[in-house]
Design a binder for this molecule. Structure first.
Ligand SMILES: NC(=O)c1ccc[n+]([C@@H]2O[C@H](COP(=O)([O-])OP(=O)(O)OC[C@H]3O[C@@H](n4cnc5c(N)ncnc54)[C@H](O)[C@@H]3O)[C@@H](O)[C@H]2O)c1
Length: 255
């Protein structure tokens, strides 16, 4: 019996990086996984890697109509939705002065609007079932920091952190069996971090062997995030709601 046996999980941006690791880990523990992404080849590959009847649906999280279709497809294929991981994201390495209006709007379309649509329509579907349900919003340590090279990114992740808390309390006050939490990874070894480093953003360098073993902060592995997502998806975390979970090996609380 897996830790989330039979729960239906939707992961946005699951065609690579953290979303892929989440999909594989959730499926390993019995989750029925729907992977969505604009990257069709990556998404289909993740579905194959995850197994356990995982499916891929092409989905741009900025598209409100597409959200409704993806959730309807999830319900018709697996019968319900229990876990939503709002993971899709991009990074733009620009300061407040160099960010263009177009870049600002693109970052917010994906990470602010995308999470808003996921919450709005995901809650609408989840509240229909009698199970315990969980929404996990992927924010970042950037939500807590003055982070000059990641101006629009940090602003969007701050919005994700805030939306999480209002949605969590809304669900509770409405009597829905839906918890909403945010996770805040630091530097994790994915293509996004490689891009940020190549474009001059200051992100942690890998510790020995790229492995963030204590004590040094270093870069984490996608599995470090996936194991946290699994815990929040499962009923093991049933008393954790509206919380913000750092996954950064103590990086941002250092004096
Ligand atoms: N890697 C890190 O160090 C790190 C740290 C903190 C937070 N995060 C967050 O974790 C999430 C995943 O990041 P990652 O490192 O795996 O990045 P990644 O670039 O490896 O993967 C992101 C995925 O999102 C998809 N995506 C982009 N735009 C999309 C859209 N409009 N609709 C649907 N899918 C879209 C991409 O195709 C890609 O498959 C992001 O929200 C990111 O901000 C990452």
């Amino acid at each position: 019996m897996g830790r989330i046996e039979g729960k239906v999980c939707l992961i946005t941006g699951g065609g690579a990086g953290l979303g892929r690791a989440d999909a594989i880990r959730l499926a390993e523990e019995g989750g029925k996984v729907v992977i969505t992404d604009v990257n069709v080849a990556g998404g289909e590959e993740t579905a194959q890697m995850a197994g356990n009847d995982a499916i891929f649906i092409k989905h741009d999280v900025t598209d409100e109509d597409a959200w409704q279709k993806v959730l309807a497809q999830t319900a018709s294929h697996f019968g319900k939705l229990n876990v939503l991981v709002n993971n899709a994201g991009i990074v733009v390495v620009k300061t407040v002065e160099s960010t263009t209006t177009e870049e600002w709007r693109r970052v917010h379309a994906i990470m602010t609007d995308g999470v808003f649509f996921g919450l709005k329509y995901g809650i609408g579907l989840m509240k229909e079932n009698e199970d315990r349900n969980s929404i996990i919003n992927v924010s970042s340590t950037a939500a807590f920091l003055g982070y000059p090279p990641f101006f629009a990114y940090a602003a969007a992740k701050g919005a994700v952190r805030s939306m999480t808390k209002s949605a969590a309390i809304h669900c509770q006050q409405s009597g829905y069996r839906i918890r909403v939490n945010s996770i805040h990874p630091g530097g994790i070894a994915t293509a996004m971090v490689r891009q940020a480093q190549a474009e001059g953003g200051t992100t942690p360098k890998p510790a020995d062997g790229g492995n963030a073993a204590p004590p040094g902060p270093g870069l984490g592995d996608p599995e470090d995030v996936a194991n946290t997502v699994l815990f929040l998806a499962s009923d093991e975390s049933k008393f954790i709601n509206g919380a913000e979970m750092l996954i950064d090996n103590g990086t941002i609380i250092q004096p």
